[in-house]
Design a protein around this ligand. Sequence first.
Ligand code: SF4
Ligand code: SF4
Length: 103
Amino acid sequence: MPDSRFKVLTSASTSGPGDAGRTGSWRVERPIIDYSRCTPAKTGKASCHLCWLYCPDNVVSKTLEPKIDLEYCKGCGICAEECPVKAIEMVSEEQFVKGGEDE
Ligand code: SF4
Ligand code: SF4
């Protein structure tokens, strides 16, 4: 019988989108994915997904075309740093305000 005094603790917690709350309007840059460079999107095969793995807010989907939930994305840029093929570009939010373009 296992000793109940010893629990197995791992770092694999299951956080959900928006653990730090909705981002609001303070994000300075937003990540934009170029699917023509993104490996799973290009090959149609589940692979890579480092953006999903490293996003501290867990707002990137693990899909062939990874989607970012901008409602909760904090714009930290970790996904762009970790993407091995540089498919993610951090774009200034000002660009979207000025152009009136938003997602
Ligand atoms: S910018 Fe940061 S919070 Fe937003 S999707 Fe990338 S890693 Fe996640
Ligand atoms: S890290 Fe880059 S190549 Fe990998 S799934 Fe994300 S966007 Fe695509």
